[in-house]
Design a protein around this ligand. Structure first.
Ligand SMILES: Nc1ncnc2c1ncn2[C@@H]1O[C@H](COP(=O)(O)OP(=O)(O)OP(=O)(O)O)[C@@H](O)[C@H]1O
Length: 289
């Protein structure tokens, strides 16, 4: 007979993580210094999905991505990545299965790193040259991956000599080098000029359309940076989810207005999105009077 005064202990084993869910977060939070940076968030990313995570500065996008990259453990909630439960698996085993690009990573790359070596090193979970001689197979795969991002001509260049746009393409190639199951891109178009942004968005659109490409999560501040072929969106504001789900359902003027705390008008032209602050009713007419 159980003691009714004893604390309740749930002996049911947690459900086995679903291998088809690359990200499977339930009520996940990240707390630092007593402040909740993001969450609680319940979020699932499936094999063939391409997600965009949008929100203003400080919304918690990078905090969410660091948990999805297994770089940071959630403070609470249940987090499964690639069918493994965080906290019950060696996160180093996940690192080659998740391709990541971020400005934080870019800052850690030595200026004199040769692009091909940088791309190859992803396969060894190191940043920078690790071996004296890489295998020919590594080298040819690196060139092939650079080709997929239109960056093969940069193979022998040193990272520090590349333009911002060239760096972004090289870093995405590096993230793809290990043939990851999940690709996480944190603001890949930040700092690019119009031409560079459009070039990158087009390449990401090609990647999104490739059925063999990994499930992708792209973080951005701007709807103009959403490539064609993206399927899902999450809007974050102040650490909380404003909306998430199918891109067409989530990306509305109403939801953007809520996320960015100002009245946003949204247009869709040729499969791309464009946002701006809406004029106040009658503002145009007054300006002409
Ligand atoms: N280690 C930390 N300790 C305390 N607060 C932190 C820490 N890291 C981040 N924050 C805060 O958490 C909030 C969310 O940060 P995060 O970088 O996730 O936002 P973001 O949406 O990626 O922002 P941005 O668009 O500006 O890059 C911010 O207010 C940030 O100042």
């Amino acid at each position: 007979m159980p003691d009714p005064a004893a604390p309740h202990t749930d002996l049911t084993p947690p459900p086995t993580p679903d291998p088809d869910l690359l990200v499977d977060f339930t009520d996940v939070t990240l707390v630092r210094g007593g402040t909740t940076l993001v969450g609680p968030i319940t979020w699932q990313v499936e094999l063939d999905e391409r997600w965009v995570v949008l929100g203003p500065n400080g919304a918690g996008k990078t905090s969410l991505m660091r948990m999805a990259a297994a770089e940071t453990h959630p403070t609470s909630g249940t987090a499964n990545l690639l069918g493994e439960r965080l906290g019950h698996t060696d996160i180093r085993d996940l690192s080659t299965r998740i391709g990541v690009t971020s400005s934080m990573l870019a800052e850690r790359i030595p200026d004199d790193e040769v692009v091909t070596d940088l791309v190859i090193s992803a396969g060894y979970s190191v940043l920078g040259r690790w071996r004296e001689q890489y295998e020919d197979v590594d080298r040819s795969q690196a060139v092939e991956t650079l080709e997929s991002m239109g960056a093969e001509h940069l193979a022998d260049r040193r990272f520090g000599t590349l333009s911002e746009g060239e760096r972004k393409r090289v870093l995405i190639a590096r993230a793809l080098m290990t043939d990851p199951e999940l690709l996480l891109l944190d603001e890949p178009a930040a700092g690019l000029d119009l031409g560079g942004r459009e070039e990158l968005v087009a390449r990401l659109g090609v990647l999104a359309a490739d059925p063999d490409a990994p499930a992708t999560v792209l973080i951005t501040h701007h709807v103009e940076e959403i490539p064609e072929g993206f399927t899902h969106a999450m809007l974050l504001s102040q650490g909380a989810v404003v909306a998430q789900g199918l891109l067409d359902d989530v990306l509305t003027a109403e939801n953007l207005t809520a996320a960015f705390s100002q009245t946003i008008a949204l247009d869709r032209i040729d499969g791309r999105w464009f946002a701006r602050r809406a004029r106040r009713a009658g503002g145009h007419r007054r300006a002409r009077e």
